[in-house]
Structures are given as C-alpha cells and as structure tokens.
Ligand binder design. Sequence first.
Ligand code: ADP
Length: 159
Amino acid sequence: MQRVVCPGSFDPVTNGHLDIVSRAAGLYDEVVVAVLINITKRTLFTVDERVEMLREVTKSYGNVHVERFHGLLVDFCAANGITAVVKGLRAVSDFEYEMQMAQMNYRLAKVETLFMTTNPLYSFLRSSLVKDVARYGGDVSGLVPDYVLERLRARLAED
Ligand code: ADP
C-alpha cells in the first residue's frame, strides 16, 4: 500500500490545496493531509479549526485522512508508514525552497518528495493572499470551498 502525505499550514485550505490533494488521492492508496502545528506562527484559524475544515471539504474522498503534526515531517512519516511527500509547485519561486526541503528530507530519512504542477487556474493562489484580499472585502469565492468561505467571512467579521 502506498501512503503519501500532503503537508502544509492550510490557514485556510484553498482550492489550490484541494486540487493537489484530490489528484494525489487518484494516484495513491491513501493520502494523509498533515497540518503543521507551529506555535510561533500567528494564524487566522487554530489547528483544530484548520483540521475540521479540511475534514469537511475532503469527506467525499474515501482515501484522504487529515492529521496534525509538529516537529520533523520525516518523523511523522516514519510513525505513520508514509514513504513519500506530495507537494504542489506553483511557480519557479516555490522551486528553490521546495528542492532544499526535499533533499533534506531524503538525506534525513530517505523520504521521497514528488512534485505536481499546479492547476493553472490556481497557480497564483496562496492562503495568505486569500486572507489579505478577503480582509479588505475582495471576492474570494471560487478560490476556496464554499464551506471555508463562510468560515473566513465569519472570522474576519469578528475582528
Ligand atoms: P500556502 O499559504 O502557500 O498555501 P501551505 O503551507 O498551506 O501554504 O501550502 C502547503 C503546500 O500546498 C505548498 O507547499 C504547496 O505544495 C501546496 N500548494 C499551496 N497552494 C497551492 C496551489 N495554488 N497550487 C498548487 N499547490 C499549492
């Protein structure tokens, strides 16, 4: 059985993330979406909220599971029988950092990283940009799942 991981912050999950997760789910037996717990990073949604939203928007995929992790991704992989990381590549700007991470993870624990090219519909999309646009009243419908859109609007209205 081939189990892979799609790691990230997912603050919040966007249609760009979902595109990669759903394509990975079509290729591998099981996809674990792993939400990074990073207490030093200020996030709009708590880890629990991010996990809950991811579970809701991936519930139609029978082979996708959502977990959280902290520390080294390679340790999470070893503990969960995961042999490879699947990442989306948006632009050349992603490449340098992702290549370093991939090579480090291979060196640490022989964990492979597989890159998928982004869907051109979402190549400009990142969570931080979605939050910035939404914060100033811009329309981000179609860029995040409707469930997330509601949660985003509600959270920003609290501020
Ligand atoms: P971001 O804030 O950039 O969305 P994340 O840490 O949540 O950051 O993203 C996790 C991973 O999801 C990224 O490393 C990348 O592999 C992938 N990803 C994010 N957005 C997209 C997108 N629009 N298209 C393809 N892959 C994406």
